[in-house]
Write a protein that binds this ligand. Structure first.
Ligand code: SAH
Length: 347
């Protein structure tokens, strides 16, 4: 199988070219074509010799995923169902914040983490996405945005899948989109979200790159967390908080704790008190997420007044928090819903 040109960081592509007897600057030219000039047809890369273009065409691919479904919401949100060569399907979502265009990228086809409230886990993991496939999600979205003279400015790895269950490909993807000679998406504009895989969190602290880390906490104690997130049995909260402190020290960065508000499950004021005790002493802050109900799941969204009271309580107890803005409420907004609806498995 041909290697994808989208799978290389610039230094890796330079090495690759050198090892094949070509000048390393060829890699920079290719990067320019792919990520600055948006040219995915190798034969049109006009400053490369014909022989070199032929060599590239014979040995490398520049395939992008196919768009199977496209939904656009009134607020500008774009939700895509994408299909790769093996018919594996993922979702990618674009949200318009006032600070930029944020794409929510999937990292796996399906997910094995089994969070009780989440639609993504309804379809088990089929495989990891490669870094080139994740780059493809960004490039396809950029192609649509070019019609409005816009581009993706921020990336959150919060789509289907657990990024730290696909650690190397996700990190390679981050390095590719971060390269200043390529898409040049700033590290501080990139966020990776994990359900709490402790070894991954510790390793991430050593990467020496300023990317953001979000942790899906969703509960203030192990009892509730184990009921809604199976990963809590493998990595209980004391281990998770220890990892967060190690990460903060090593990376010198704070994490964001995501907390879905589930009616009657984790949204009491006593939960807010426990949560503030749990994370006091870290630099972290809390992002309260309105739950997107999933047809197949019994959970309901907390009333707005409950969420507001929860947020007030956290702030009164010295914990910074925000309530997440909602997007695309008129389309299949909840994580993984579109893919579930259109049969992730059917070929
Ligand atoms: N596996 C990673 C990233 C993917 S999920 C993680 O767990 O962080 C991205 C975020 O969306 C997580 O915080 C997840 O818990 C949350 N989420 C999942 N289903 C949701 C739903 N129906 N409504 C709101 N948020 C949801």
């Amino acid at each position: 199988m041909k290697k994808s040109l989208f799978s290389f960081t610039l230094p890796a592509l330079e090495k690759e070219m050198e090892s094949l007897g070509h000048k390393p600057y060829r890699a920079r030219q290719i990067y320019q074509w792919l990520y600055v000039k948006n040219e995915y047809d190798i034969s049109k890369m006009s400053d490369l010799s014909k022989d070199f273009r032929e060599f590239l065409n014979e040995n490398y691919s520049v395939d992008l995923p196919k768009i199977i479904k496209e939904q656009r919401a009134k607020d500008g949100t774009i939700k895509l169902l994408l299909e790769y060569e093996d018919h594996g399907k993922v979702e990618a979502v674009l949200m318009r914040y006032d600070y930029g265009n944020v794409i929510c990228v999937s990292s796996q086809i399906g997910c094995n983490m089994g969070c009780a409230f989440c639609a993504s886990g309804l379809l088990k993991k089929e495989r990891n996405l490669t870094s080139s496939e994740m780059v493809g999600e960004v490039l396809i979205m950029n192609r649509l945005l070019r019609e409005e003279c816009e581009r993706v400015s921020h990336v959150v790895v919060m789509g289907t899948g657990e990024p730290f269950d696909n650690y190397d490909n996700v990190l390679n993807f981050v390095h590719i989109i971060n390269d200043q000679k390529g898409l040049s998406i700033g590290a501080r504009h990139i966020t990776v979200s994990t359900c709490g895989l402790v070894p991954g969190i510790i390793k991430y602290g050593d990467e020496g790159i300023q990317i953001n880390l979000a942790i899906s906490l969703h509960a203030p104690n192990d009892e509730i967390r184990k009921k809604i997130m199976p990963i809590a049995s493998a990595y209980p909260l004391d281990k998770l908080m220890e990892a967060v402190k190690i990460y903060e020290e090593k990376a010198g960065r704070r994490v964001t704790f995501e907390y879905i508000m589930l009616k009657g499950i984790n949204d009491s004021l006593s939960c807010a008190d426990q949560l503030s005790d749990l994370i006091r002493g870290t630099l972290a802050y809390v992002n309260l997420i309105p739950y997107n109900p999933v047809k197949e799941k019994p959970y309901e969204r907390s009333p707005q007044s409950t969420t507001k009271a929860f947020a007030d309580r956290l702030m009164k107890r010295g914990i910074n928090c925000t309530i997440r803005k909602e997007f695309g409420t008129d389309i299949d907004a909840a994580c993984g819903q579109l893919r579930v609806k259109y049969g992730g498995k059917e070929k």
